[in-house]
Design a protein around this ligand. Structure first.
Ligand code: WT7
Length: 656
């Protein structure tokens, strides 16, 4: 376990305040009271398949499923024999009810422009774009890359893919053209959907320019659809590039949903792992939707009249499940915001909460810590009394930030759901149920009914309470990833070989005496910067792709705001001088290669890297150095001690 995490967890465990669900909240909640939850958990534990089959039956099926689960470890198939369509469940199902003219999406652009799409309007746009996809030669099973800003065309494109059975791969708009290319190629995508640009912090992100250079190296991409967002003039390649609005003009708004097998691939989403190559996490149809819909309804305690806002970007899994599929499957009104949280001022989020009278607000700890830093005066300018429930996701939240969120944003009346899950799990796995679970700041509390999470040692045996161990999931769950796209060997090795037959999350955790989970962070070579998941190996390979770099080792160090910060130890090619300007050049190089999320906070030049006798870089030492500027841990396997002395001295010199 990382040392800093161990310390963090010790302080967390000292936090023993308990927050019970407020009486009024509890009374009105879908799952009301701890004993109700305990009963559900018992049923879910005894027979998870039965529990999930009951939830699946709440979806609209074209043909009912016959078999709940076929489990050939590590390959799961849920709800076999059924036919279903995700877009029908998110749209058509509501059109025969009073939800027809209810707002599905309340959208706000960064410059302040707005759009509202009712369920009927969203349905129409999705059907039209589904017909556009067909007219461009896209059919069931084809992969479509989507590289868009946070504009309504993004969920429209996703739902249109789902409607015809094409598999979407959304690439976060902050990723570079290089990253986009790699993902296009890996998925063998036929079509790319992008925009002229998007707004971020008052600037225009040149998406089309990035897309063009990516497409040059993506031979599978035949056509490109371009949404006009900023109105900038962008180059269009005749015969390859088409404007969204031109194609939509003549598209029919009628498009029946394709009946799809439960296990039909719904989407691929790339995420970072411990090697340099991103993993294409594959999610399928019915199981994913079942868990997405159930968790959204019960964890966010959705009511018909709620306005719900998840601030994530749809480029990450949180946006897939908790902006698009979960909320729309439940027929709720969801807020979607294009831009940066601090633009034009640090109160943009609170302005939007007040304006749209948001009731449920779901964001990331890193955002909360940033708001703490800017001070109470920004939220205090706004009427936040519409809020009744708050949520967090993406990384552990420190009790101090939790308490601030609870008091300053939630007016001490809103429960906070701290939701643990992963791109791979598809939906929330560990979380409070807000009308039932007593909260402890910093803990995701308990696993959900039907989910078998545990903290175990290397042999798979549960550890004693208070002991650190590996967080694992012991039984298959409906929204679990089915494989890594095109690489089932990696899927097996990465998740199922640590402890055979059991899903290994990559997280360290502890359970306290009440069985509450306390997440200690990643124990593999993955770091979380502002809740974004980055592989150290990816950043290293970006660094060594620069001609002046010989070798690089990247580690995370704790950061008050971003959770972790990236520190890169770099050795240069012979004859290259480690001048300060080079440090900025390399940071920019990483940002260009992967995306600005991966820009290192610090570059440290060194003659050599600390290695074991067998040549393995000792990241543990580097992590310690980056964190405390000295090394106290065990160094007996280090080959050359002078490397370490030099690095320590360089810190001492800086600190005088
Ligand atoms: C990793 C997964 C799940 C959507 C966003 C991130 C960390 C996630 C929590 C939480 C502590 C958390 C874990 C996990 N994580 N939620 N509530 N408390 N840690 O998805 O990019 O796939 O990252 O995020 O380390 O393994 P992701």
């Amino acid at each position: 376990m990382k040392k800093e995490n161990t310390e963090n967890i010790t302080t967390l465990l000292k936090e023993n305040r308990l927050f019970h669900p407020p009486i009024a909240f509890k009374k009105a909640a879908h799952i009301s009271g701890f004993s109700t939850l305990q009963k559900l958990k018992k049923t879910g534990q005894k027979n998870p398949e039965l529990f999930w089959a009951q939830q699946a039956k709440n979806l609209k099926w074209i043909k009912p499923f016959k078999k709940t689960l076929v489990w050939n470890p590590p390959f799961a198939q849920w709800f076999l024999g059924g036919k279903i369509n995700v877009s029908e469940n998110c749209l058509d199902r509501h059109l025969t009810t009073f939800r027809k003219n209810k707002a599905a999406i309340l959208w706000e652009g960064e410059p302040g422009d707005t759009r509202t799409l009712t369920y009927a309007e969203l349905h129409r746009e999705v059907c039209r774009f589904a017909n556009v996809l067909k007219s461009l030669g896209i059919s069931k099973g084809d992969r479509v890359s989507i590289y868009l800003p946070m504009i309504p065309e993004l969920p429209i494109a996703m739902l249109a893919c789902a409607r015809i059975g094409a598999t979407h791969s959304v690439i976060f708009g902050g990723f570079s053209s290089e990253a986009l290319k790699e993902r296009n190629v890996d998925a063998q995508a036929k079509l790319l959907i992008t925009a002229d640009g998007g707004y971020r912090k008052g600037q225009i992100v040149p998406l089309k320019i990035n897309a063009d250079s990516a497409v040059t190296g993506s031979p599978s991409i035949e056509k490109v659809v371009v949404v006009r967002r900023t109105g900038e003039s962008v180059p269009m390649v005749s015969g390859r590039d088409f404007w969204w609005h031109d194609l939509m003009k003549s598209a029919s708004p009628h498009c029946p949903p394709e009946p799809l097998d439960s296990e039909h691939p719904l989407f691929i989403l790339y995420t970072s792992g411990s090697t340099g190559k991103p993993k294409g996490v594959l999610h399928t149809t019915a199981g994913y939707l079942t868990q997405a819909a159930w968790t959204t309804k019960h964890i966010f305690d959705l009511k018909e009249e709620d306005t719900y806002w998840c601030t994530a970007d749809i480029g990450w899994v949180t946006g897939h499940t908790y902006i698009v599929y979960g909320p729309l499957a439940n027929g709720v009104t969801t807020v979607m915001y294009e831009g940066a949280p601090l633009y034009p001022q640090p109160d943009r989020f609170w302005e939007l909460v007040e304006k749209y009278k948001v009731n449920i607000f779901y964001t990331a700890p890193t955002a909360i810590r940033t708001f703490v830093k800017f001070g109470d005066e920004w939220p205090n300018k706004h009427d936040l009394s519409s809020l009744r429930l708050l949520g967090t996701v993406g990384e552990p939240i420190n009790p101090q930030a939790w308490l601030w969120y609870h008091k300053v944003i939630g007016g001490s009346r809103c429960p906070i759901v701290d939701t643990w899950w992963q791109t791979e799990t598809g939906a929330i796995m560990i979380s409070p149920l807000p009308g039932a679970t007593p909260l402890k700041p910093g803990s995701g509390t308990l696993s959900l009914p039907g989910i078998q999470a545990e903290v175990v040692d290397k042999t798979g045996k549960p550890v004693a309470s208070g002991q650190g161990g590996y967080l694992v999931i012991q039984k298959p769950w409906p929204a679990m990833l089915r494989t890594i796209y095109g690489d089932s060997e990696r899927f097996k090795k990465q998740y199922w070989s640590q402890i055979p037959g059991i899903y290994f999350t990559g997280d360290g955790a502890r359970k306290d005496k009440d069985g509450y989970f306390w997440i200690m962070g990643r124990i593999d070579d993955v770091i979380k910067v502002s809740g974004h998941r980055l592989g150290t190996a990816e950043i290293e390979s970006a660094l060594v792709s620069h001609p002046k770099v010989a070798e690089a080792a990247v580690v995370g160090r704790p950061d008050e705001i971003t959770g972790e910060g990236i520190v890169a130890f770099v050795t240069l090619q012979g004859g290259v001088q480690p001048e300060p300007a080079l440090s900025e050049i390399l940071r920019e190089h990483v940002s260009k290669t992967i995306g600005s999320v991966a820009r290192p906070a610090e570059i440290r030049f060194t003659d050599t890297l600390p290695k074991t006798r067998s040549g393995k870089i000792m990241r543990r030492l580097l992590r310690e150095l980056a964190t405390s500027h000295q090394v106290k841990g065990d160094v007996t396997t280090l080959e050359d001690f002078s490397v370490l002395t030099k690095l320590q001295t360089s810190y001492e010199e800086e600190e005088g």
